[in-house]
Ligand binder design. Structure first.
Ligand code: PEP
Length: 249
């Protein structure tokens, strides 16, 4: 089975009501490859999810940027997987490096979150990636394998998981991984899935790249055999997001 190209737009903690409406209206007017060719998901901050969902064209989907690790209750400030399901939000991004590093989310905690979100019926974009220090010390593969294994230890059905390789040194820095650097890690991640989950999951799971992807560098990255799409931050707020979607073809 071929892996359908996947493009996610992570809007992070950005936007006002009016700005969000403007971005959605731009997206609603663009021509993109059909749903058979590319799966497109945008991820606004929690507070804008209902607005975006209500205005967004039906061939684009929505994702939350996080959710709580278990059933809701006395967890002030958190948003539960059940709430997202209740709002009809199909996807959630988990394990983004900004949460791992700024909010100390451990590999195990991210693994627990992925497991719980999947159990509630959400689809998950699970992020892994090494810091610059880790890359320079030669531990890239050890780091991303451990992050992936913490999920694979609990999750055997990966149908609803997209794995996002996002080197921390490339996120929001303008320093994109070279196609060869990204391909090398993606291919190793596929091997990691093969060893820890199985050959079928390794072959069918989409592994997408994130980190300073833009309209100019997306084509070359998309041409790599193990790069199945992108998670896009900064450029997802700009018109060039459409060029990145078109890298699918
Ligand atoms: C991200 O935050 O997921 C990301 C990839 O950001 P950027 O594209 O801005 O590097």
């Amino acid at each position: 089975m071929g892996r359908k190209f996947f493009v996610g737009g992570n809007w992070k903690c950005n936007g006002t009501n009016d700005e969000v409406k403007k971005i959605v209206s731009t997206l609603n007017g663009v021509e993109v490859p059909s749903e058979d060719v590319v799966e497109i998901v945008v991820s606004p901050p929690f507070v804008f999810l209902p607005l975006v969902k209500s205005l967004l064209r039906s061939d684009f989907q929505t994702a939350a940027q996080n959710c709580w690790v278990r059933k809701g209750g006395a967890f002030t400030g958190e948003v539960s997987a059940e709430m997202l399901v209740n709002l009809g939000i199909p996807w959630v991004i988990l394990g983004h490096s900004e949460r791992r590093l700024l909010l100390n989310e451990s590999n195990e905690f991210v693994g627990d979150k992925v497991t719980y979100a999947l159990s509630r019926g959400l689809k998950v974009i699970a992020c892994v990636g090494e810091t610059l220090e880790q890359r320079e010390s030669g531990s890239t593969m050890a780091v991303v394998s451990q992050q992936t294994k913490a999920i694979a230890d609990q999750v055997s059905n990966w149908t609803n998981v997209v794995l996002a390789y996002e080197p921390v040194w490339a996120i929001g820095t303008g320093k994109v991984a070279t196609p060869a650097q990204a391909q090398e890690v993606h291919s190793e991640l596929r091997k990691c899935l093969q060893q820890n989950v199985g050959g079928e999951v390794a072959a069918s799971t989409r592994i997408i790249y994130g980190g300073s992807v833009n309209g100019a560098n997306c084509k070359e990255l998309a041409a790599q055999p193990d790069i199945d799409g992108f998670l896009v931050g900064g450029a997802s707020l700009k018109p060039e997001f459409v060029d990145i979607i078109k890298a699918a073809t």
